[in-house]
Design a protein around this ligand. Sequence first.
Ligand code: F6R
Length: 611
Amino acid sequence: MCQYNGHFVYLAIFNYVIKITMRVCSIIGYKGESLAAPLLVTCLQKMEYRGYDSVGIGTINDGKVSVRKGVGRVEDVDSTLLLRILPGRIGIGHTRWATHGRVTEANAHPHTSCNGEIAVVHNGIIQNYSQLKSQLLMKGHVFKSETDSEVIAHLLEDDYKETGDLRGAISNTSKKLAGAFSFIAAFSDGTIAGARFDEPLIVGISKDGYYISSDVVGFLNYTDRAIFLDNRDIVILKGSGMEMITFDGAPVVRPVTQVAWEFGGIDKGTYAHFTIKEINEQVETIVKSGRGQESKIEEVSEMLKLAPFIYFTGSGTSYHCALVAKNLLAKYGKRKSDAIVSSEFQYLVNDIERDSVIVAISQSGETADVLEVIKKAKTLGSKIISIVNVPTSSLARLSDVSIHMNCGPEIGVAATKSFTSQLTILYAIVDSLSGGVIGLEDQKYKLQNAVKELVERQRLIEQIAEEIKDVKDIYVLGRSIHYPIALEGALKIKELSYVHAEGIPAGELKHGPLALIDRNSCILVLNPNDSTFDDVKANAHEIKARGASLIGIGNSPSDVYDRFITIPEMDEVFYPLLEVIPFQMIAYYLALEKDANPDYPRNLAKSVTVK
Ligand code: F6R
């Protein structure tokens, strides 16, 4: 999908779409011939999956900055506040996922300077904002919000006053900020400027103007020509031109990238939600994953063969994939490895062996916890392999070898098809390393049919969701390679339906959790036909004796289960890839039963770029 050709990179649009994993906030700027506000509203709607508790727009018209902002989804705030009628052909916009400060109108962006001549939108975290804020308060600045972001507007005002030079002010302000950030500032004289450090910022060049955005999806409706800014880059749109400098003021030139678009990928089509669309897409993505990347898969398998130490890492769903990978590698590749969740690994990574190979798994390639591990490990000499869905992501760029998931945009906040895609690639790597023991290629079409059969079980899953909608606690049990799927199943249920759910190794039940089980509990049991079958079934009987309701997932229905979801027969190695699908569907339909929006779970965002 991605061929590097000098300064010209051609990419399928879905490669950019960020399930950019909790991309916490989205920022966008426009300067051109069209009216800015309606355009910015549309751009923000496209990026809403990244963060969505409040929204705001600021435009410049006749030397005046106008701002409107409010709490809620873009569509709702626009219909109450009429964001789109703000005047002017220059503007900035923001959707927020709160990090500093509550979800209030005052904390929504844009934030303005005291003199009202500068408006700022920001994505990321300003770590030193409290020191900066104290200094600014001493100088007499008045703050209107509780956010870290507002310091940027006041700093720019201060630096502009001091230097009398807008360019100098932007670079001075950028240098004072610590943390990971990208921001766009609009000035009453009609200038727009963006700066980035460790958060993406992309310039879109269209026939009628320029865009600056945290996400290429923001402007893809209008242009396919983009410039990806590097760390410590500043872009300034002044008059009708564009200038790029570093934080130190040195001129810089970055290549123009052409983005090929596949709009269908970021549309719900006939589905009610992106999440169910993406669950269904697994019928295709399961065979597409890894396609065209056979040589990279081989290269990675050679690296793993030679590696003295192997670590898999990732966050959330991607970490669950890492756990399955460790299991697969041990069983079929006869190689020992460890799987460590990235938010914990960052404290251990200084102590790992120097010649380790780290396999980082991340849909977005932007998850802060993962990047923290990788950056540290690289300085110690580790080799980095990544599996990502966004080939231009920070993680892909930092890696020695990066394999693209190729599963298309994942807009639903909960990871679904990206999980099965990353897992399929890991199967391919272990298969290559083990001389074909798994036989993935030969089984792919059988696998595809099995996925198809599973997604067609909609009616049964809807009934199950209806039956369990009032339970307070769900426990998911699995042994061996199925335990990570139990964790993943519980995570899906928690995040989509807000029901408490826990994944437990089935053998651990008797060591404590059994105390929680009574008639009101609902237990989902991974009980496929493999070496875990008898032990898990015995666990199911122990639970049955305590009166809880039991739902089995496996190949052989049994009386012990009140309900049973049958997984099509396949070589047992493939069961983890299949078992996860009923959980995704249960979580989705449970969310509907609870009147929750499965695409946008509360408090969560798609790309988690904060630690
Ligand atoms: C769960 C989910 C999250 C992500 C996690 C890592 O459904 O989406 O747990 O898996 O935030 O994101 P990536 O894979 O982008 O690093």
